[in-house]
Design a protein around this ligand. Structure first.
Ligand code: SF4
Length: 215
């Protein structure tokens, strides 16, 4: 996707999008503070992967911790509170893998039903039909694959879930196309030294996904 084009000036990845919120900056200059444009919620501090490069690695290393999950009622009430306050969008991400929270599908629906936009940053390995039905309501879903081959995926992620992540991404893209949703689905790829060679495979992978999503 082009970051800036006449046909798609307000896409989620446009670096200039902050200029749309001049009123918020002007309010700050007057000493007033409007509701945040977007809230980022981390519903759970657990992950099914243990990537060395994770910025939350320091506190995700103990897989047995069960209490690192926002209670269901707190998460639901928080979404309602943010909507009433005037927040325009919520990004569900982590410090953890948000799709591990069993209420994620429900709170995405709640977020959109009360007039906010939703987005999700995920590793894409835990999708099911119910979650995909909610994810398609999002304005964007970023899927961090961080590899273009199973080999380099395992180096970074310590698990062999590359095909699952790619197939889940293809399922979501198919659902978005079929339902004519305006959800942007992004294949996210961090570059590390061991992936430099892999980066050249990235274009091939994108082509492969394009083939996968053709009906
Ligand atoms: S998948 Fe994401 S949240 Fe999970 S350990 Fe890896 S980088 Fe961290």
């Amino acid at each position: 996707m082009k970051e800036w084009s006449k046909n798609n000036e307000f896409n989620s990845f446009n670096s200039w999008k902050g200029l749309l919120y001049a009123d918020w900056y002007e309010a700050v200059l007057k000493g007033e503070f409007k509701p945040p444009v977007e809230a980022s919620l981390d519903p759970i501090h657990q992950c099914n992967l243990l990537c060395e490069h994770c910025n939350a690695h320091g506190y995700l290393t103990n897989r047995k911790l069960k209490d690192r999950r926002m209670p269901d009622d707190h998460l639901i009430n928080l979404v309602k509170f943010l909507g009433n306050w005037g927040v325009k969008a919520i990004c569900f991400g982590g410090g953890g893998e948000p799709t591990l929270h069993t209420k994620l599908a429900e709170v995405i629906q709640l977020t959109t039903s009360i007039g906010m936009e939703a987005s999700v940053a995920t590793n894409g390995t835990l999708f099911n039909d119910n979650l995909i039905n909610s994810l398609k309501l999002c304005r964007w879903v970023g899927i961090s694959v961080d590899a273009a081959t199973p080999k380099t995926y395992i180096i970074g992620r310590n698990e062999d879930l590359f095909k699952i992540a790619v197939n889940n991404m293809a399922s979501l893209v198919k659902k978005v196309k079929r339902t004519k949703s305006n959800c942007d689905v992004a294949y996210k790829f961090l570059i590390f030294d061991y992936k430099l060679l892999c980066a050249s495979s990235y274009a091939l992978m994108v082509k492969f996904i394009f083939v996968l999503i053709q009906d």
